[in-house]
Design a protein around this ligand. Structure first.
Ligand SMILES: *Cc1c(COP(=O)(O)O)cnc(C)c1O
Length: 392
């Protein structure tokens, strides 16, 4: 990591794996991979082989068939295509959909849009730890329910949902199950051969690949289809047409292959780092941990500090790069809607800071972060005792 900053915002986007960067620069500089992979000439066929190889690499990570993967521009597009596409495809069966308020905006706002288009959405609130109560789900199903969408790993808190149990309930009722797996793929096991999941969204830039490339898994099962959102040249069976970005796809493929072999090591690494970070932060007076300590992905630690406003802390913590709320919310000063849904009051939600780390993070970065946290909290409390830079 560059020495002018300490990057601890892996949940927003991860650095490129150096091997992936090398592959991309080689592809961009030379060879024939610039070709249109739909073209029948030799350059096109070469590009098409590169795309097929990448699909095989990603399919190995997920334990699915390469033909079950559709390339998109990222998890936002995958979520839009999966949810809107499946909801519209199944309107003959009904217009009732189920999700949670703690979803990423790229899911929640798709459902909000569908609500304005005649769909009926049930929003299931999590318990205090962030988990979905399965009995609430059981009670929410109706005869006209067609789709459930629940994320795997929450991007703000790291909290995990029980994908197997939720999926089983959906399958028993012939309801499609979509999972926003953007924060989980490549970091935690996500075995689509055994999980009862019909649609799953993912993105390369959360797993050491580049931004601008994602994928949607569409299970090869009867009735599991999505209506396209765009129309064009018929690529990818018309489900998501458009000329494929071969270099980005190859990069995602390599990132997936690296993740397949390094997932266990990466996991142990972030687990040790989170323990170290929490051990360092816990002694600070007024520290509250957001999200479940056990049932969560250990590359994310979300903490509130009683009387300290998150935005002020964020600035005081520089050159640490950490996040308040979710990255997408940084433009507004609203307290995190995810933490509000977990029952945190406005002040605690507003004081939340997310520290996230991964493969390239080091113990010394964590130690630096802890030191910086202690200094900053002390400084902010000295400036404004009682309620430092309190929320306006
Ligand atoms: C990052 C993220 C997204 C959006 O992914 P993009 O590839 O940036 O569009 C969606 N859902 C979750 C859970 C995320 O973490």
């Amino acid at each position: 990591m560059r020495d002018d900053l300490i990057y601890l915002d892996y949940a927003a986007t991860t650095p490129l794996d150096p091997q992936v960067a090398e592959l991309m620069s080689a592809m961009l500089k030379n060879d024939t991979s610039f070709a249109n992979s739909s073209a029948v000439h030799i350059a096109g066929r070469r590009a098409s082989v590169i795309v097929e190889q990448a699909a095989a690499q990603l399919a190995r990570l997920l334990n699915c068939a390469p033909a079950e993967l559709i390339w998109t521009s990222g998890a936002t597009e995958s979520n839009n295509l999966a949810i809107t596409g499946a909801a519209r495809y199944r309107t003959h069966r009904g217009k009732h959909l189920i999700t949670m308020p703690t979803e990423h905006k790229a899911v929640a706002d798709v459902f909000r849009a569908l609500e304005t288009q005649g769909f009926d959405v049930t929003w299931l609130s999590p318990d205090e730890s962030g988990s979905l109560d399965l009995q609430d789900l059981d009670a929410a199903f109706r005869d006209d329910t067609t789709l459930v969408s629940i994320m795997y790993v929450n991007n703000e808190t790291g909290v995990l949902q029980d994908i197997a149990a939720i999926g089983e309930r959906c399958r028993n009722r012939d309801v499609l199950f979509h999972v926003d797996a953007a924060q989980g793929v490549g970091k935690l096991p996500f075995d689509l051969a055994s999980l009862p999941v019909d649609l799953a969204s993912m993105t390369a830039h959360k797993v050491y690949g580049p931004t601008g490339i994602g994928a949607l898994y569409i299970a090869d099962r009867p009735r599991c289809h999505v209506e396209p959102l765009y129309y064009g040249g018929g690529q990818q069976h018309g489900v998501r047409p458009g000329t494929l970005p071969v270099t980005l796809i190859a990069a995602f493929g390599l990132a997936a292959e690296i993740a397949t072999s390094s997932m266990a090591t990466d996991f142990e690494h972030v687990q040790a780092l989170r323990e170290r970070l929490w051990a360092g932060l816990q002694p600070i007076a007024g520290v509250v941990r957001n999200g479940d300590a056990e049932n969560s992905y250990p590359g994310i630690l979300n903490v509130s500090i009683d009387d300290i406003e998150g935005e002020s802390l964020l600035l005081a913590l520089e050159p640490l790069c950490v996040a308040t709320g979710s990255a997408c919310n940084s433009q507004n000063q609203e307290p995190s809607y995810v933490l509000r849904a977990l029952g945190r009051d406005d002040a605690l939600a507003q004081s939340a800071v997310r520290v996230s780390f991964g493969r390239m993070s080091t113990e010394s970065e964590i130690d630096f972060a802890v030191e910086r946290y202690r200094e900053s909290v002390e400084r902010l409390r000295a400036i404004a005792p009682g309620r430092a830079a309190s929320a306006t």
